[in-house]
Design a protein. Sequence first.
Length: 335
Amino acid sequence: MSASNGSGVYSVLDDERINGRADFFEGLGLGIAESYATRFGSVITSNSEAEDYRWIGSAPGMSVWEGEALFEQLPNYAAILRNKQYQSGLRVQKKDIDRDKTGQIRRRIASLGQEASRHWEELIVDLISNGETASGADSGDLKDISGKAYDGQAFFDTDHSYTGSNFTTNQSNDLSAGVYNVATATAPTADEAAKVVLDLVGNFYSLKNDQGKPINGNVRSFEIVVGTTPLYTAFTQAVGLQNLTSGATNPVTALQGQGLTINVLYEPRLSAKTTKVYCIATGGGLNPFILQDEDPIDVMEEDPGMKYQYIEVMAKASRAAGYGLWQRAAVGTLS
């Protein structure tokens, strides 16, 4: 029997023979290392039920100092993100613990850690999937950025604006005209996909901050995110081929020759988005998503007592994911 200190209480996390706690965190660490979550999201440490993001805005640029120094107050984009409790659990039979001679319990505990490591990705996919609608429970003037952008608009929208700032012209990160009109919306050609990539990347560089200045001038890395095999095939070719299927020189290679990095990510959890192409700008400050971490992932176990034939192992965390800078993400809809 695997028991703690001969007390008859079963353990798989801290028992000397099984040592499942180490396996859990090894699986968690391996999963985190392979995840794209922290490329897409900025991790913000939280120490309360909810966090207030009033500081999302841009600082003024330099100007000639004539007379008194000029000081501007950042626009108050009142936003809030509430933490939620998350968990996943395994019920392990005590008889299986007694009989395990091949490390099967350890593998199950490690897989629990690996699955937990993917949780940020799952929350990000939810945000991407719902990015064209605005929802959420606001708290007074505080906009709930779990369901909308900090300006109160849908995260992917055609009329984002900075109300009350120095620059109020509407801007879009929801693109659908021109090059997005392709022969087959669910299966574009590599030539068509290359034109879409050029337009998505070019749109990023056209966007301005609330001071009316380019906001993405220092961004050099982009990830194209799609959820179906035909889209993945087309956009992988659009990014990787020197010459397109038509024989023409691939214009995307010119961007890469200028020091830009463009990768394609296949995210099967977006499989319902058969005509959607997402582009994420990575690096260069705050990311398009906020990963708010109150209690990082941990693991615990409980033996409910002698009359029960199992013990319970649970991974848990307190966190939230919300929308950060809409200027660092875009969606293109093929038609």
